[in-house]
Structure formats: C-alpha cells, structure tokens
Design a protein around this ligand. Structure first.
Ligand code: TEU
Ligand code: CA
Length: 618
C-alpha cells in the first residue's frame, strides 16, 4: 500500500482501515455522515490543509499520529472488494453457539461464604443446559490478590483460593463437556499481578532475565512519559529503592508485560497450551489489542489525550507488532488445538476488526467492539437515555459491511458495564418490554450472542446507597478523583451511574438472596428466562437466523424492520425502538407470527418486537 503523507487527501486516509475507523469515530462524535468525506469537496482536502483548519480542535499531533498508524499497517489484503469476499459464511460451532459469560465471584456460592465459586457453577450447569447455552466463558478463576477481581493474575496455573481447587475446576470442565457444552477461559496476558513470580524476581534483581519481561525504566526524577492509567493517575509505579519505574496501564498492581521480549511470548504460549492440553475449548483474550507498545514508549499527544481521556493510547491500542503476535499465538497454540478465540479490543472499529478476525488473516475468530455500549461522545458515567436508533444504525453498518469472512459478537452487557436496559429506560414499567426487545434483536441478528449472567433473569442496575457498597477498584479510584471537584453526594451520584459493580452483585438465586440487603436483591423474572429459552431454541432450530442473509426493510426513526432468509425460509423482525406505541408497518401476508401468536395487531406497543416466519421452500 502506498505511503500516505501530508499531501494525501482526507479521502485517501479514510479509505484505509485505521483511517476509516478513527475518522469515523470523529464524524460520529460530530454527528456527521461519512458523505461529508466520500461525497463532498472536504474529502479532496490535503492533510496539510486540514492540519491548519483543525489546529485548535484536533491539532497536528492527531493527524501525525493517524498518519503514523496508517503507514505502519504493512500487510493489508490487496482486494477488499465485496466480490473478493466469500458468498456465505463458513459453518463453525461458535457461529451457531449461544455463549454465556460467568463472573465467578458473583455467579453462584456453594458454601455460603457469600462469594461465588467453581462448585456453584457446576451445580448450575443443568440450568444453563436447559436455557440452551452451548458454551460458557469464565472470567478469571486464577490465583490472584484480587486488586482487580482476578484480572491481576499471580499464578496462571493455580485456581483462586476463594473459588476452589484445581480438582473443582477439573470437575467443572468434565461435567461441562459431559452435558455437551464447551468451556472458554479468560486469558489476561497484557499484564500480570505485581505479586506474580516474574515481577517479584524482576523487581528484586535488576539483572534478572525477568527484568525485561516488563517495562522498567531508570528513575530520572519524573515519570518516563505522560501515559495515564485507566484506573486513574499516572501509568507508572515508582520503586525508589530500585531507582526505577515500571508501567501499568490498569491498577498499580497490574504490571504490563513486554511482548517484544520473545521469552514472554514463549512462556505465555506455553501456559495457553497447558490449559488447552487440559481440554479447555478456547479463550477470551483481555485487552489483547494493547500488548504491542510503540518502541521507545513516546509521550501521548496532548489533543488525543484530552479527547480520549487516556494519554498515550495512540501508542498502544493498535501497536506495531499486534498482528504478528496474534498470528504467533494462533499458529503455536490455538490452531494446533482447534481452539476458539475472541479478543477484547476496546477502541478497535469495523475495518480494523476485519484485519484481526478475517478468516484469511490467521489471527482471531472474533472480537468484542464496544462502540455500541454508549452513545457517541458519551461515557458510562454520564446519566442519559440511550437511543436505540443509534444501536440500529451501528448494527446495520456492521451487518452490511463486515463481510462473510468475519463474524460478529452480539452483546449488550458484561462485567465492565452497567446493564443496557437501565441505559435505555429509566422507567421500571418499561424494563420488561425493553429486555424482550433487546433479546429479540440479539438472537435474530447475524452473529454469536454473548449472554451475560443475569440478562436472562431480567436484572437491571442496582440502587447502591453509598460508596462503601462498591468494591470495584476503578469506581473507588475515580470517586477519590471526583472528590477533588465535587461534593461527596455528587461524586457518588456520578460513580453510581457508571460503576461496573452493577453487574457484579451475587445473582438472586433463591438460596443467596437472604444474605443481601433488600436494595441489593432483585427477583429473577421467570417470564424473561422463558423468553430467552424460546428465542435460543428458535435460533437453534432455524439456520436462517444464523447463516441467513440480512436485509433492512425499514430504518425509519424509532423503527427497525429486517429480514433474515436462507433457501428454505424467511423471517421478518419488526421492532418499535421507542416508548410510544406506533402503527405496525410490516404486512405479514403469508407469514405466521412466531413466539407470540397474538402479536399481529395493527399497533406496536412501546418497545414491542415481533418475529414473523414464512416457509419459502415447498
Ligand atoms: O477491560 C478492559 C477495558 O478496557 C475496559 O472495559 C475497562 O474495564 C474499563 O472500562 C476501563 O475504562 C478488561 C477487563 O474486562 C476488565 O475487567 C479489567 O479491569 C481490565 O481489562 C484490566 O484487566
Ligand atoms: Ca463460596
């Protein structure tokens, strides 16, 4: 691909994967359509002109960083035209599966100590099987001092004491397979705990081979660069007795691994193979797009830092050796075991995702993109009503452009975000209709549904009363930062809006509820669980809802109507995206309503979603 320069036009930048995703994000925040670039004179402006025009807003640093990232992308697939794409998706188990995410600390407690554990999960396998789940993803269960609830690993080959023993794990794995389900582990290798043997040896002996397993820098009196941590403050720990600093993008006890060191890659791949040899079926890979850092760890650009809140992010969210290292893991671990892989890749957009998940690329099977979780320009600590028209447009964009060589992950919730239903509606009267609408779209759109524990119970956000009720390191750190600008009540109100603890409260199984105060218990809604079971069965029994084509029939305001079809049958899904009743637009001639036989009247209730089916093959 030809090197782009300051004489290149905006259109040329936008035609590259990184250019498309990065400029696309700016357009979204400015609420401008891409026609501004592809269909107007703006697109023909040279970069150097744009730099002058956006001196105050984006600044030169932004464009230079973008140019650098674009030109770093060497092995772009030459032919990315639709014609070059496979006519239909290759069939695989993980495209047909419904995957259920378990956050072990708050899933099920088998011994009454108030903490979820592995035996608790094993006891609920029949519940998951009956729901129709095909695979479970376990958030980390490894030995950890729990500074970030297990995402700070001290020993990758040992089970966290609170969760049980390796025997308990082997039992869970065996039973999961006996019930015909698969088990996916969480791979946290962007960083280790500072109590991990590697880091302890690195810290205690500057000449140790482990010193270069991390990013140690000599102490020159100030932080080695201006990078900040996602959990607040600088991204550097100071070790005066060692006259050194060490990098941590997350908490002070989560130290970033230096993946440019081949010994690190070798040891991590050995560990991955150890678990795959045990019979684990695959991995969800934690912030895997951060593992390659720009050489020299240069300062982050001022404009980018203030815009993205995280100084330095342009130097590690899509690093120079990312594709190389993902290919190495695939070649030396996943492919030899036929293992499944899904990458957590915050900040990666549609076109960059294709370069990580395209089946011709030999890297990962899927990724999680998070751009659908909040409206453009919003973050999860903002109190606002999420507009489902944005979700419709986001999902249509990916459905229509992601290609048959790539496959989407479909999710609304995980252990890092408040519940989507509570973003969409603040009126409890609408919780059930919204939960059903979200579920209908999740199980009838093209992609693999990831259900987060409690989604199928209709759980919503919790009414936390005080900061003392929160345990998430990010929430506690951010609360302290907010106290510098706000009164405690206001600081807590902001934290309560976006805290990750909304999805980390022990699930309200009958046996657990009694140990928690009333405002921290919710009643599982059986009608939602039944609805999930029926939708999951419908998807399992009708390949058109899995591999079928996707076609938009209406995307008018507050309306989303689409068709899924394959050679033998057609499904039409009609959704009312708002709290106001509205006339149904789809005329179901020759179609039968499924799931809700009475749902064919002329008016759609608030947030109502309907599914119609017509056999097309004799
Ligand atoms: O999260 C990575 C991530 O970027 C965010 O979702 C993050 O949690 C937060 O929103 C920062 O703004 C992964 C894990 O899912 C998360 O639980 C861990 O805390 C984090 O990595 C570090 O391991
Ligand atoms: Ca327990």
């Amino acid at each position: 691909m030809k090197e782009l320069t300051q004489s290149s036009t905006l259109k040329e930048l936008y035609s590259t994967p990184i250019g498309h995703d990065t400029i696309g994000r700016v357009l979204l925040q400015l609420n401008l359509s891409e026609k501004w670039i592809t269909g107007s004179l703006i697109g023909n402006l040279k970069l150097k002109t744009l730099m002058k025009l956006t001196k105050k807003s984006l600044g030169e640093g932004f464009w230079n960083a973008l140019l650098h990232l674009i030109n770093q992308e060497k092995d772009l697939p030459l032919d990315r035209t639709p014609e070059a794409m496979p006519k239909e998706p290759k069939k695989t188990w993980w495209k047909e599966a419904v995957i259920y995410q378990i956050y072990p600390r708050s899933f099920a407690d088998s011994n009454g100590d108030g903490i979820g554990d592995l035996k608790g999960i094993t006891e609920k396998l029949d519940y998951l099987k009956d729901l129709g789940v095909n695979a479970i993803w376990l958030s980390p269960v490894y030995d950890s001092p729990n500074d970030d609830n297990g995402y700070d690993i001290r020993d990758y080959r040992k089970i966290m004491t609170e969760f049980g023993t390796m025997e308990d794990f082997d039992e869970l794995l065996k039973k999961t397979h006996e019930k015909g389900m698969r088990l996916i582990m969480d791979l946290v290798v962007n960083h280790t705990s500072d109590e991990h043997e590697w880091f302890r040896k690195a810290l205690s002996d500057p000449d140790s081979k482990y010193r270069d397993y991390y990013f140690f820098r000599e102490d020159t009196g100030k932080e080695p660069n201006n990078w900040v941590s996602f959990f607040g403050g600088t991204a550097w720990n100071r070790y005066p007795e060692q006259n050194a600093w060490a990098l941590h993008l997350f908490s002070k006890k989560q130290m970033d691994l230096n993946w440019d060191n081949p010994n690190v890659r070798e040891d991590v791949i050995d560990m991955i193979n150890w678990w795959l040899d045990k019979g684990v079926d695959g991995f969800r890979m934690d912030v895997i797009n951060y593992i390659s850092k720009e050489a020299g760890l240069p300062d982050g650009d001022e404009a980018i830092g203030s815009m993205m809140m995280f100084y330095g992010i342009e130097h590690y969210y899509y690093g120079p050796h990312l594709h190389e290292y993902l290919k190495e893991i695939q070649d030396k671990a996943f492919r030899p075991h036929g293992a499944f892989s899904v990458g957590e890749t915050p900040g990666v957009g549609r076109e960059m995702a294709k370069l990580i998940t395209g089946e011709e690329r030999g890297e990962l099977d899927m990724i999680f993109s998070f751009d659908q979780l909040d409206m453009p320009g919003r973050v999860r600590f903002d109190y606002y009503e999420y507009d489902l028209n944005y979700y419709r447009d986001y999902i249509i964009d990916w459905m229509e452009h992601y290609g048959n060589n790539c496959w989407m992950s479909l999710f609304y919730n995980n252990h890092d975000n408040p519940r989507m239903v509570s973003k969409v509606t603040k009126d409890p009267a609408f919780n059930v209709p919204v939960e059903k609408l979200l579920a209908v779209m999740q199980f009838t759109l093209k992609g693999t549904p990831f259900v987060y524990q409690g989604d199928e119970m209709g759980l919503t956000n919790y009414d936390f009363h005080s900061i003392e009720e929160l345990s998430d390191v990010e929430s506690k750190n951010r609360y302290q930062e907010l106290l510098e600008m706000h009164a405690p009540e206001e600081a807590f109100r902001i934290i309560r809006t976006g805290t990750r603890d909304h999805t980390r409260v022990l699930l309200p199984w009958n046996e657990t509820a009694k140990n928690l105060p009333d405002h921290l218990t919710q009643s599982p809604d059986e009608s939602i669980t039944d609805f999930y079971r029926d939708l999951i069965r419908l998807r399992r029994e009708h390949p058109a809802l899995i591999y079928g084509t996707f076609k938009v029939l209406s995307r008018k305001k507050n309306r989303f109507v689409y068709e899924r079809s394959d050679g033998s049958e057609n499904f039409v899904i009609e959704c009312n995206l708002s709290k106001d009743a509205r006339p149904a637009s789809f005329r179901p001639d020759g179609y039968e309503p499924v799931l809700d036989p009475k749902g064919a009247g002329p008016v759609l209730a608030p947030y109502e979603a309907r599914i119609y089916r017509k056999k097309t093959e004799a």
